[in-house]
Design a binder for this molecule. Sequence first.
Ligand code: AMP
Length: 262
Amino acid sequence: MNSEIPRPPPESPTLPPSTGDGSADRVMLEGPRSRVGEFVTLLLVLRDFLRGFRVLHFVGPCVTVFGSARTAVTDPHYDLARRMGAAIARLGFTVMTGGGPGIMEAANRGAKEAGGRSVGCTIELPHEEGANAYVDRSVRMHYFFVRKTLLIKYSYAFVVLPGGAGTLDELFEALTLIQTGKIDNFPIVVMGTEYWRELVLLIEKMARAGTISPTDLDLIFVTDSVDDAIAHIRDKTIKPFGLKPAVTRSLPWLGESGFRRT
Ligand code: AMP
């Protein structure tokens, strides 16, 4: 048996620096640590949630758009995301994204160009440049899992455009929460049919194999048509959930500020 078991670090009350280089995430994920260290992490997670709640409380009902951070402006999927962002905004929803470049920027851009509301829930990353230029409001998270929770918490529908590991993670997070009843039966619209073809086949295979329920297939709507996507979102959200434009009053004595354009 190997006796070289790493010793826990000494108890230290030092807060992990918020440098954006991911060091605090590595610290949190590296295994058991001192009680003080774990408590400090707890406070940092709490701080992330508090920041998010304070900003996103005022943004109104959202539709979250997921997709690649690497999509170029010249890519047809950028244009699709931009048109979709505009259509979501015209439907009366706030467009929420991760606030980054690529598909996220395109969706925020479409919403802003349509005169709608556009928010970003960004993440501290090494060499990250902050929120894209098309968000009216943004909040910056340190922890990925906090951000993922917030991207889902405020939304009545999810739109998934072509992307990589991050996008797949977000799609399956939403799907898992819906199929386990942790959130309502919100629609998931998958756009970019050619790009997602194998994924759709895999999901159908999962249903045949019984690893997901055949009814889970009904949760996903696959299309390239902005009009069809919007009609689906309208049918599955505004009518069943009786949505109306939300007006949430800010309380200045709590340091809150309502939704306003910057
Ligand atoms: P990926 O598909 O791997 O490019 O990841 C895209 C998804 O992960 C987006 O929907 C975002 O929520 C998140 N994400 C990845 N990179 C960034 C970034 N630079 N800024 C903000 N969010 C990001």
